[in-house]
Structure formats: structure tokens, C-alpha cells
Ligand binder design. Sequence first.
Ligand code: GDP
Ligand code: MG
Length: 198
Amino acid sequence: MSVGKTSLINRYANSEFKEIMQSTTGICNVETIRSIDGSQLGSSKPVTILAKLWDTVGQEKFDSIPKRYYKGVDGILLVYDITDSTTFDKINYWMKQIAQNVSSIPIIMVGNKTDIESLRAMEYQEGKNKATELGLEFYEVSAKSGEGVNEAFDQLIIRALQNSPQKLNPKAKKNSRKNKVVLKSKKKKNEKKAKCKC
Ligand SMILES: Nc1nc2c(ncn2[C@@H]2O[C@H](COP(=O)(O)OP(=O)(O)O)[C@@H](O)[C@H]2O)c(=O)[nH]1
Ligand SMILES: [Mg+2]
């Protein structure tokens, strides 16, 4: 399901969007250093963190993501495409898959591709209602325009840090790896700062 997982990671980590993405195989991840609002983390100052974003690199097309992909995950971005109701209809399925593999980690639901409003198949409120039903926070975003992307990822990082406060080590300013948060873009979540080679 090409909902835009790789594009969202590329937008968040590299501030870019490429119309044609190579199809992805193999494990692919990208690290990005972010300065995020500290107010929800007990800090009056922005907090600098290193986030590692993992792509699902096509595994979801087999309707099952290998267990190893879930290992060490601190948070999941569950993505559907607002122009394709079949991707929305799979949210419950993926929530069950996640529940079978991880527990007690934040999950944020995201409807991608808001830049193509004319092709919208799922209304904002439908997404919001589904997220509420599942107890998830919800954002509509566009990897293409960038709308909502930083907000959704930043919020996931904040939730992940609230969930694992030991990863928030203010004394580790000189060593941002200690503030590492590992996120996997579910149905969705790619080497170095610059380009994702996926
Ligand atoms: N218009 C539009 N196209 C997008 C957006 N995000 C991804 N795409 C396109 O959707 C297709 C699939 O994107 P990709 O990131 O490879 O999806 P993935 O299979 O979930 O990783 C590609 O042609 C992208 O250019 C978006 O926000 N807006
Ligand atoms: Mg992809």
C-alpha cells in the first residue's frame, strides 16, 4: 500500500519530497537530530533528540511485518492514504498486528496526502473518529507539501519520551545518542542524515 511512508520519513528527516521513489527492499532507516518543544517533557527549553526512523520497506505488502521489525520500537506512526479508502479499512488489521507484537508504546494515526484534496476519499472526521475509537492521536498530513508532518513526528517523539523518560537525559547534551528514540513508521517506518537510499 503506497500510503507514503517512505515519503513521510524523507520529508521529516531530509525536508524534501521526491515524486518518484524507488521501491523499497531491505531494512532502511534514517537518523535525524531534532529540536522539539520541551513543554510536554518538563523542560522550559527545546529538547534536542536523535530520532531513528525505520521504514517498513514493503514488508507490509505481505500483510505481515516480521517480528524483528518491532524489536526495540519506541513508537509507531500508523499511516493511511486519505485518497484510498482501502488503506483506511486496514487500520484495524494493523492495530491487531501491532498489539500482537508490542505493548505499551505510543501509536499516532496519520492520514497522508492532504495536498490532493480533489481525490479525497476519507473525510477528516472519519479519520478522527476512528482514531478516537482506537484511543489514538490523529493528524492529517502531506509528505508532498509538508503540512502536519513535523507536528505528527514531533508528537510521536514526545509521547515516546514520556513513555520512556530514561531516554531523556539532560546531562547527555554532548552525546545526543543517549537521547535516542527509535520509531518505526508502521504499515509503515529508513543511513545517515542526508539521503534515504530506500
Ligand atoms: N500527492 C502526494 N503524493 C504522495 C504523498 N506521499 C507520497 N506520495 C506518492 O505516493 C507514492 C507512494 O509513496 P511512498 O512514500 O513510496 O509510499 P510507501 O510505499 O508507503 O513507502 C509515490 O508516488 C509518492 O510520490 C503526498 O503527501 N502527496
Ligand atoms: Mg516505502
